[in-house]
Design a protein around this ligand. Structure first.
Ligand SMILES: Nc1ncnc2c1ncn2[C@@H]1O[C@H](COP(=O)(O)OP(=O)(O)OP(=O)(O)O)[C@@H](O)[C@H]1O
Length: 738
């Protein structure tokens, strides 16, 4: 029999502690949503009043907006001057579009390392200023380029430094202002950036046609302007992560318990870079919003170049007129942003779902007007159609941005934003290929119509995200509250189970197989996890060991949240899984298999050899077969080899899946003796078993799962009395025996 290592009182206090977590989450839910800016009403204070009330400044919005605008200078000079650059350097339009696609790839890749740089230290402001200075230098240098290769290099360098816009600007804005003012702050920032985008082509047009500068002269002039604008942002400072939301949410947990606020820094959450990216991508709303960003990429990346060619070929407009056109195109976006700011704030406060539904509608409107613009027979209606499309495009970015950032914990926002950049680039590149193909077949007018296909698809996807965002917002609140609550309990000396899974949902693609599953195990305990085939037992083990990541809920181990930690890191923390079936490497010998276990823990040769010796002492049969290939071992021998993993790694928590399956009783008996010994040496064991008799003979505490739900959690002898649950297992066993 396994030891119950905790007393009845202790067990009750753990349950009580976990109940407190749930109660606090429920009690704080509404307050927490309000802290995050979702109040359910549309009553907003004016931006000015909020700035005064919280003693804030307009400077972060203006400084970041200027940096954003600066980043646009080089890019839009290219958009307007593409026909001239192509003619004077003898480079085809296709080559320039290709170079621009590479530029977009560089923009896509750059935000991820930038997010990584700011992951552990809040130094986003400094990174933004440095990249602003680099942009200016690049814009200046573009004027001296003489070959396609140099052009590509300069564009890639520009794209790489543009990464800070992608990863850092929006999270910096979000952390600089309270949630009640964020949509407006983000809209204002986008509007200033868009104003720069409107100004850039106009400036290009004026410099090229009125001042008579060549395209090289235009780049030089823009480089100087961009440097001056960057210098205006030099006093920008990083406010720190989550100052207005997640940190306040943490504080509210302590207030709920009448305690002094404990300031926990976000560094306590030690997920690695890729783990954060993976976490962000697991949020269902985000996946759809990212699809929206990909379509946004089609609209913003290649479309500008094609519109420029469209104006040149179809309407015979020179650089000055094209500059004026693009200036209008983006200028209308600024007007739309100015009009939308407070409307968007109201929409967001009432429900973030409304923002996403509106974004879907806008996207659909955008592509319809672009298509109409491409078909118009006269100049004035064509310009009006594109003007309306420009207004819609201008609004899309802040709408998608605020939806994305509001459901992601503060320290993950640069990563979320960086990933958005990647999706914009993917969409941009795919769009370039699509539109170039359409242009070949149907001419430049056809490209304007073809944009409707990804546009309408994207509109549906974004609108459908509206159904998910409320749940994802609540999920984030639960995560932060639970995290803080657990830390509070730990600090006040409360006892927590060694491992606890709370509210776990898991899906294989669209098939959900775990539903709100709860599971706990104490240090040194052995518990059985029972249920019929397909109940979800193996899946729960995967969630604990990190082979599978849940779509909702948390996994805590020794008081730390490990829900999204890599399986490898969990193994180093002491969690080992012996998977179901034959958990060995068939083409390797017994000794090589044992060595591989040791080396995964980066052990030295001496300690690996000692571990192998222990395994051979425990299973003399393995010693006899030490040089045989694992694939030639019998089922029982393979399970011995699998179990040796636990002897080699000496984990704190061992997860065993279906040890007895298909083995003779005498072999099972030997293996179970070993499991008992491992448990007696202090390792906690979760035993997933088909055989109820075997399992319940070994443990005091059992869990029973049915159709992905935890149906029983209690004493093993009480489970034996539950005919209603066990009948299905016995029936299945009888069926299998026939
Ligand atoms: N890789 C996978 N892809 C898709 N569905 C899966 C996958 N693995 C398991 N499932 C499905 O998930 C559900 C739960 O499977 P799981 O293996 O966790 O159950 P189990 O209780 O361990 O049963 P068994 O004893 O048969 O392993 C089943 O319906 C199964 O068909």
């Amino acid at each position: 029999m396994s030891r119950r290592v905790h007393t009845g009182d202790q067990s009750a206090s753990e349950e009580a502690a976990l109940t407190v977590v749930e109660q606090t989450s429920a009690a704080l839910r509404e307050k927490a949503r309000a802290t995050l800016g979702v109040t359910g009403d549309e009553n907003t204070e004016s931006f000015r009043a909020l700035v005064r009330k919280h003693d804030l400044r307009y400077y972060p919005v203006v400084a970041l907006g200027l940096l954003f605008a600066t980043g646009a200078f080089q890019s839009y000079a290219f958009t307007v001057l593409t026909p001239e650059i192509s003619r004077t350097m003898g480079i085809s339009i296709a080559a320039i579009v290709g170079a621009r696609a590479l530029f977009q790839m560089a923009i896509a890749v750059a935000p991820l390392p930038i997010a990584r740089l700011s992951q552990f230290r809040a130094r986003r402001a400094m990174l933004c200023i440095v990249t602003g200075i680099v942009w200016s230098a690049i814009t200046l240098t573009t004027g001296f380029v003489t070959s396609l290769v140099a052009l590509i290099l300069i564009l890639c360098l520009d794209g790489l430094t543009t990464g800070s816009v992608g990863a850092l600007h929006a999270p910096l804005i979000v952390d600089s202002y309270p949630p009640a003012a964020r949509v407006r702050a983000l809209t204002a920032y986008t509007a200033i950036g868009a104003f720069g985008q409107a100004l850039a082509p106009l400036l290009v047009g004026i410099l090229a046609s009125v001042a008579g500068l060549s395209w090289r002269g235009v780049f030089l002039a823009l480089g100087i302007a961009s440097l001056l604008m960057t210098l205006c942002a030099i006093r920008l400072r990083d406010p720190g992560y989550g100052k207005w939301d997640t940190e306040q949410l943490r504080a509210s947990v302590h207030q709920e318990h009448g305690e002094a606020t404990d300031s926990l820094s976000s560094e306590d959450v030690a997920l690695g870079f890729w783990e954060i990216c993976r976490r962000v991508l697991l949020i269902p709303t985000n996946r759809r919003v990212y699809a929206g960003f990909a379509v946004y990429g089609v609209l913003t990346v290649p479309l500008g170049t094609f519109i420029s060619v469209f104006l040149d070929e179809r309407w015979n407009l020179g650089p000055g007129q094209r500059g004026l056109f693009f200036s209008m195109f983006f200028g209308i976006g600024v007007v739309a942003l100015a009009a939308y700011g407070s409307r968007g704030e109201k929409q967001f406060r009432a429900s973030p779902a409304r923002v996403l539904r509106a974004a879907g509608l806008l996207l659909a409107g955008t592509v319809v007007f672009i298509a109409l613009g491409g078909l118009m027979p006269a100049l004035a209606p064509m310009v009006i159609c594109f003007g309306i499309a420009g207004a819609c495009i201008g609004l899309l970015q802040p709408m998608l941005g605020i939806s994305l950032l509001s459901i992601v914990p503060s320290h993950m926002r640069p990563h979320a934003q960086a990933l958005a950049g990647i999706f914009v680039a993917i969409g941009g590149t795919a769009g370039a290929v699509l539109l170039a193909g359409v242009q070949d077949q149907f001419g430049i007018g056809g490209t304007m119509v073809a944009i409707a296909i990804p546009g309408v698809l994207g509109a549906f996807i974004i609108s459908s995200a509206g159904r998910l965002i409320e749940d994802d917002l609540d999920r984030m609140i639960d995560e932060v509250v639970e995290d803080e609550e657990i830390h509070r309990i730990k600090r006040s000396g409360g006892h927590l189970p060694m491992l606890s899974c709370r509210g776990v949902d898991f899906s294989y693609g669209p098939l959900q197989v775990l539903f709100d599953a709860n599971f706990t195990i104490e240090d040194g305990e052995m518990v059985a996890l029972l249920g019929v085939n397909g109940a979800g037992k193996s899946t729960l083990l995967k969630v604990i060991s990190g082979i599978g990541l849940p779509t909702a809920g948390s996994v805590r181990y020794r008081g730390q949240e490990i829900t999204y930690l890599d399986a490898e890191r969990r193994m180093k923390l002491g969690i080992t899984q012996i998977p179901g079936g034959r958990a060995v490497f068939g083409p390797m010998t017994v000794v090589e298999n044992l060595r591989s276990y040791g080396y995964t823990m980066a052990r030295d040769r001496g300690s690996v050899d000692r571990g192998i010796q222990t395994c051979f002492e425990a299973f003399p049969r393995l010693y006899e077969r030490r040089n045989s290939l694992a694939s030639t071992l019998s089922g029982g021998e393979q399970q011995m080899l699998g179990l040796s993993k636990a002897l080699m790694l000496r984990p704190r928590l061992l997860l065993i899946d279906e040890l007895s399956l298909g083995l003779a009783p005498v072999v099972v008996g030997r293996l179970l003796d070993m499991v008992r010994r491992i448990n007696a040496d202090g390792t906690a064991v979760v035993l997933v078993e088909q055989s109820v008799n075997i399992a319940l003979n070994l443990v005091d505490h059992a869990y029973f799962m049915e159709k992905g739900e935890m149906r029983f959690d209690g004493r093993a002898d009480e489970l034996l009395a539950r005919d209603d649950l066990l009948r299905a297992v016995f029936l299945q066993g009888a069926g299998a025996a026939q």
